[in-house]
Design a protein around this ligand. Structure first.
Ligand code: PMV
Length: 361
């Protein structure tokens, strides 16, 4: 599929519609990380993520024909029931990016109403789940205008649109494992949209658990937009992109074999490589906090002493995702409550697990 295949051709005589559509989209956690891109949101390496379940955004899109035609986008954004003008520039930029593919955008007035299941300003990015849910809503509107699109193409295009809003959002539509970015070992993988990972997956990786430790709920000092940009001209960029492609090849084998030791090795390497890139950017920056490192060391010590398959990964921030198989749940949850929660802001963490993707509300 190439970009121009995603352009929607409006039926000639169709009258503009009024109504409302709503979707719930999950967040995701990358096992192999995307860090570095070229315009327009084309990743420098392929990535794979677990789709999450409890961390999600619910987005409702109310639409009606514009009272007077204009060349501007007409929309309002509401977060948790309150008008959120801070989000408007981001949505306006997104509309501009996807306009070619959804040529009806300027003929409608929209109210975009979003709620996140995770606490507001928890330091968990809502851009992946939020952009996915909004893209699905826009695709539902396209489908109302012209119902001929197949289910497969509907999700493909929704992921394509979500990617243009926020790269990792391309991986927040289906589950339980999603790949984004072309990779020789994964048939059908694409730089333009995420695809469900359909290779064989061992039972060890079903129902995988993710406890998100809220180490720092503040706003990050360096946004991921800036972080991605710093990978262009980064002295280790080429090696990093090759490493990620190789780690994904390894991961494909691990997911098939069910080898948890190797899984831990690749996942933790990826998390630390991501942060190593940040620390060696120009200008350099550190998103981990002292408590992030305390937690990592405690996880390593607990893994050695308990024999469990606990490991960690990190996003572009200080919070720690603690990953473990379902069989270790009781043991690891007790350890988190007693030994890791004290390193979280207000002892807060979010219990999550692998999920199956977005659903229409
Ligand atoms: O989607 P963005 O532009 O916010 O970038 C996210 C990048 C990481 O979360 C750090 C890694 C990933 O692959 O999700």
């Amino acid at each position: 599929m190439i970009e121009k295949n995603f352009i929607f051709h409006m039926p000639v005589s169709k009258k503009a519609l009024s109504g409302s559509v709503a979707w719930r989209s999950p967040s995701n956690i990358a096992l192999i990380k995307y860090w570095g891109k070229t315009d327009p949101q084309i990743p420098k390496n392929a990535s794979i993520s677990f789709t999450l379940s409890n961390c999600h955004s619910n987005t409702r899109l109310d639409f009606s024909p514009k009272a007077t035609p204009s060349d501007q986008y007409d929309f309002q954004v509401f977060l948790d029931g309150k008008k959120a003008p801070d989000f408007e520039p981001k949505i306006a930029a997104f509309f501009k990016r996807v306009d070619t593919y959804l040529p009806f955008l300027k003929t409608y007035s929209f109210d975009i109403k979003t709620e996140n299941s995770f606490p507001h300003s928890s330091g968990i990015a809502s851009s992946a789940s939020g952009m996915s849910a909004l893209s699905l809503c826009l695709m539902s509107l396209q489908k109302l205008i012209d119902p001929s699109i197949s289910e497969e193409d509907f999700f493909k295009k929704a992921s394509f649109l979500a990617r243009l809003g926020s790269g990792s959002a391309a991986r927040s539509l289906t589950g339980p494992l999603v790949v984004w970015g072309e990779h020789p070992d994964i048939h059908g993988s694409s730089d333009l949209y995420g695809t469900a990972f359909t290779n064989l997956v061992h039972a060890n990786f079903r129902d995988y658990q993710d406890t998100i430790l809220l180490v720092d709920k503040g706003v990050k000092q360096v946004s991921s937009t800036i972080g991605h940009k710093l990978m262009l001209g980064h002295p280790f960029a080429k090696a990093r992109f090759e490493q990620a492609q190789n780690n994904l090849s390894r991961m494909v084998e691990i997911l098939k074999s069910g080898n948890l030791e190797d899984f831990i090795d690749v996942v933790e390497k990826e998390a630390l490589s991501l942060h190593a890139m940040m620390m060696t950017s120009d200008p350099y920056f550190v998103l981990m906090k002292p408590n992030t490192l305390e937690i990592i060391e405690k996880i390593w010590a607990f893994r050695r002493s308990s024999g469990s398959h606990i490991c960690f990964t990190l996003d572009a921030g200080a919070n720690v995702h603690v990953l473990y198989p379902l069989k270790d749940k009781d043991l690891v949850e007790a350890f988190i409550a007693s030994d890791l929660a004290p390193f979280c802001e207000n002892n807060q963490f979010i219990q999550d697990q692998v999920g199956m993707g977005a659903s229409q509300l």
